[in-house]
Design a protein around this ligand. Structure first.
Ligand code: ATP
Length: 211
């Protein structure tokens, strides 16, 4: 089973890293692929270049067995200038590479709230399971019939390659890239919110220094 964790990673931080590691162990995944997004369809564009976000990811997961970087969204954008990074296209291309292996797409509860506005959101389930990472005490919102029909327990996901919806509690660290960028612009120290090697890179390249 392969985990997929998409994001802007602007910059990558311990909130992302801790949850990627935790779901890898909970679901017994062979690997979790961190997929940096080239041009996010749902939000303002990243503050730094794709190349720099990728370099920060590389520094962050160095020596972390089982966490991998997958650059297909960046590669796709280079090949076909400026199309948004639709997750459905990413899953489709992963499915071509892994015809039968269960694929688990991990998203936060914030992303799940807006899932029905994603491009071809129903087709996402043709290619992968979706796992919503929740915090303790999270109450499942009223689910539509499409979601209800797909609800499954974590242990059921290995039995099919795609199509299920699962809610999984993970440790939540209250860290966001937005808050980190704001701290740096305010000349505060972001230490212990993201790896030292990434902080060093940000300093060297003078990233996020203005609001
Ligand atoms: P920003 O503040 O710029 O919106 P972010 O910190 O939310 O960034 P993204 O790169 O947009 O990071 O998030 C990628 C994925 O990581 C999303 O699925 C999001 O729900 C999840 N995520 C973000 N922060 C955390 C966190 N602290 N703990 C667990 N998951 C997180």
């Amino acid at each position: 089973m392969i985990g997929i964790f998409g994001g802007t990673f602007d910059p990558i931080h311990y909130g992302h890293l801790r949850s990627a590691l935790e779901v890898k162990d909970i679901f017994g995944l062979n690997e979790v692929r961190l997929i940096p997004c080239a041009s996010p369809p749902h939000r303002e564009q990243p503050a730094v270049t794709a190349e720099m976000r990728l370099q920060m990811l590389t520094l962050a997961i160095k020596n972390q067995l089982g966490l991998k970087i997958d650059t297909r969204e960046l590669d796709r954008q280079k090949a076909s200038d400026q199309t948004p990074s639709y997750m459905v296209d990413t899953l489709k291309s992963l499915r071509q590479e892994f015809p039968i292996e269960p694929l688990l797409l991990f998203i936060g509860t914030d992303a799940f709230k807006h899932l029905t506005s994603w491009h071809q959101w129903q087709q996402l389930f043709d290619y992968a399971h979706i796992v919503v990472m929740t915090r303790p005490g999270f109450e499942t919102q009223e689910l539509n019939d499409f979601f209800k029909a797909r609800l499954a327990e974590a242990k059921e996901l290995a039995q099919a390659s795609a199509g299920k919806l699962c809610f999984q509690q993970v440790t939540q660290l209250d860290i966001s890239a937005t808050a980190i960028r704001a701290m740096i612009a305010d000349k505060q120290n972001p230490g212990f919110l993201l790896p030292d090697a990434v902080i060093e890179y940000i300093k060297q390249h003078k990233l996020y220094e203005t609001h």
